[in-house]
Every structure is written in structure tokens, then in C-alpha cells.
Write a protein that binds this ligand. Structure first.
Ligand code: MG
Length: 375
């Protein structure tokens, strides 16, 4: 690993954990965070949560787990180029989607509307709840007791109201400061990962075609370059090569542009970088191309009628589950009934958010299918 830059986050300068612990042996504080995330229950559940396509629609589509691994890989590459902390970006990337509901964004929107009078539901805040509170693995504390810097990176967005309730971690939203460069970087790595894997999954599913994608500048440019070099290349390999080249372009663009931004400000430490404008960024031209690709995916893939049908069923499942539990908490598994004595709505929201796609479908069947009276 290259020597860390002065503006990189150093584990020995961490603002620490909520519950103080002895320093780890043989690994850094951020490596310990990464290890705790990988061993968590919420991390294993990512395997059965939808990114865009419902898990059982095909074996090759991305899930939240493979998405998170791709984000971690891309984030580490960029971190290396900028001499930022690779261990911290890995921990943030692996944890960034832990709070997602089943069924992707449709699930989150449905749960948010169920919870509208009870504080709402937001997946970033939920990821933080998972690592701060909901994981039950350690004798001495709830959650994973991660370092401040990892938690800061997980909390990408936050309303002012929620920020006020979060204390030290919410401060930057009130003072309009940036998070660490490592956290900024994970945000862009997330975007690079999903734009590119959604192109790949979209083509594989047949919901979008190569012809349609040729309207998108960044895709056409890279596809032509591959075809020029390999005129007889079969279509599947052509797609993989094109996506691979696009990821390469985006990673080197972020690295180059961010280095320029960093040099302009020359922060002498991570806190000076937090006070500047966002320094991790695409160049203007690539940013424009990314917007075009995003817009294409929104219209042609995320709003495709078959995705819309899936989303509509997903919303119904979440609504039904939520209202059944709100009306009768005795339908909840015993450990959740106990907690529902405190904040009923939030307990139900935590239970539903933790479900995998197939668990939610099964739970819905158990509660509503009259053929399954005894379940
Ligand atoms: Mg993500």
C-alpha cells in the first residue's frame, strides 16, 4: 500500500468508538470495523436483497451483496490512486447498504410512507441504526461499535431534524461541512458501480437493448473503441469489455480530477479537507455523460413496465405486513413483540427493513394465504 497522504484519515487519529475498547492487535481500527461488518447478520442478508432485479429472477443479477463488493473494489482502486485510507473505504463501502429494505427502492418508499407520521424511514439512517443498535452480537454493547469515521461515511444524507438528534455525527449536516475524503469517495464509487452493473444487468434481462444504449454517449464511445480493436467480438464479450472500459475511464477520471481539486486547496490534514468544498469529483465532461447514462437508466430500466409491476407488488407486500403488525403486535415474532412495548412503529419498521426479499414474500404468505392457516 502506498504511504498515506497528509489529508488521508489515519486510524491512530480516529475520534474513537462510542464504547471505548482496547486497541486491536495485528490489524488497524478500520480493519477491525471491516471485519465486524463482514461478520454481521445484516451483511449476510444483503445476498437476498434486491438491487434492481428481485433476487429469484435470475442467478446472475446483482444483489445488494455483490453490489457492495463491487463498490468496495472500485473504492479501493480510487483510494489507492489518491493515497487515501483503503481500509476505511472498504469498511464504509461494505456497510453502506446494510439498512436497505427488501425490494430495493420500492420497498424503501413503501416503508417510508407507512412511517410518515412516526419519523419516516430512510435507508442511510437505517444503515447507521443497524451498526449502532440493531446487531446483537457483543456482550458489552448493542450494534458493532464502529469508529466515528466509518459511521460518518455510512451516513451519506441526513435531514436537519434528524441531524440534531444525532449529536457529533449529525453536526456536519448542520454546519454544511463535508465528510472525510474517504466517505466522499465511497459515494462516487457507489454511483460508478450501480450505473455500470445496471447497464450489464439491464442488457442481460432483455429490458434494454444494445441499440437503445447506443444513444448514450459514454456507452457508444467505449463500445466503438472495443469494436475497433476486436471487430469479430461476440456480443456478450463486447458488453463486458465495454462496461469494463467504462469503469476504467470513470475510476481514472475521478482520480485525476480529485487530485487536481486536492492540489488547489492542499489540505494539510483530513479536517481541512472536510472544511473545503467536495474534493472528490468527476470532471465536468464525464459528469455530464454520467448524468445522461443515469437519465437513460431511469427512463428505460427503472421505469420499465416489468420493473414497475415488480415494484407495485413489493409495495403491496410492505404495506400489508406493516399494517397487519400495527393492528396486532401479537403477530410479530416474540423477540419483536417485547421491543414493540417501547416504540411500536419503529420496532415493526426495523423488523420489516431487516427482511430479505424472500423472507418478506414468505412472511406475507404466512400472514395472508388462507391455504396456509397453520404457519
Ligand atoms: Mg449502494
Amino acid at each position: 500500500m502506498p504511504e498515506l497522504a497528509v489529508y488521508a484519515t489515519r486510524p491512530e487519529h480516529s475520534r474513537g468508538r462510542r464504547y471505548p475498547e482496547a486497541a486491536p492487535q495485528g490489524r488497524s481500527e478500520f480493519q477491525r470495523d471491516r471485519d465486524r461488518i463482514i461478520h454481521s447478520t445484516a451483511f449476510r442478508r444483503l445476498e437476498y436483497k434486491t438491487q434492481v432485479f428481485v433476487n429469484h429472477e435470475g442467478d446472475l443479477f446483482r444483489t445488494r451483496l455483490t453490489h457492495s463488493l463491487e463498490v468496495a473494489q472500485i473504492a479501493r482502486s480510487i483510494a489507492r490512486g489518491l493515497r487515501l485510507n483503503e481500509d476505511l473505504v472498504e469498511a464504509i463501502a461494505l456497510a453502506h447498504d446494510l439498512g436497505h429494505t427488501p425490494f430495493g427502492h420500492a420497498g424503501q418508499d413503501a416503508l417510508n410512507s407507512c412511517m410518515k407520521d412516526c419519523g419516516g424511514f430512510e435507508h442511510n439512517l437505517q444503515s447507521l441504526r443497524v451498526v449502532d443498535l440493531l446487531e446483537e452480537r457483543y456482550a458489552a454493547f448493542d450494534g458493532l461499535n464502529l469508529c466515528y469515521e466509518t459511521r460518518e461515511g455510512i451516513l451519506k444524507h441526513c435531514s436537519r431534524k434528524n441531524a440534531k438528534a444525532l449529536g457529533e455525527l449529525g453536526e456536519r449536516f448542520l454546519r454544511k461541512r463535508q465528510p472525510s475524503l474517504e466517505a466522499q469517495l465511497c459515494n462516487l464509487a457507489d454511483e460508478i458501480a450501480y450505473n455500470n452493473h445496471d447497464v450489464d444487468d439491464g442488457l442481460r434481462s432483455g429490458l434494454i437493448s444494445l441499440e437503445q444504449l447506443l444513444e448514450v454517449d459514454i456507452f457508444r464511445r467505449h463500445l466503438h473503441a472495443v469494436r475497433k480493436q476486436y471487430p469479430a467480438i461476440p456480443e456478450r464479450r463486447l458488453i463486458h469489455e465495454t462496461v469494463r472500459h467504462m469503469i476504467n475511464t470513470l475510476v481514472s477520471d475521478v482520480t485525476g480530477q480529485s487530485l487536481k481539486n486536492i492540489r488547489q486547496i492542499s489540505p494539510k490534514n483530513p479536517d481541512e479537507a472536510r472544511m473545503a468544498k467536495p474534493l472528490i469529483a468527476f470532471s465536468a465532461s464525464i459528469s455530464e455523460e454520467q448524468q445522461e447514462l443515469k437519465q437513460f437508466l431511469r427512463l428505460q430500466l427503472y421505469q420499465h413496465y416489468r420493473v414497475a409491476r415488480m415494484s407495485s407488488k413489493a409495495r403491496r407486500i410492505i404495506f400489508d405486513l406493516y399494517h397487519a403488525f400495527i393492528e396486532d403486535v401479537k403477530l410479530l415474532p416474540p423477540q419483536f413483540q417485547e421491543k414493540a412495548g417501547g416504540d411500536k412503529a419503529r420496532t415493526i419498521s426495523d423488523y420489516i427493513a431487516g427482511m430479505t426479499d424472500r423472507y418478506a414474500i414468505r412472511e406475507h404468505r404466512r400472514l395472508f394465504a388462507v391455504e396456509e392457516l397453520w404457519s
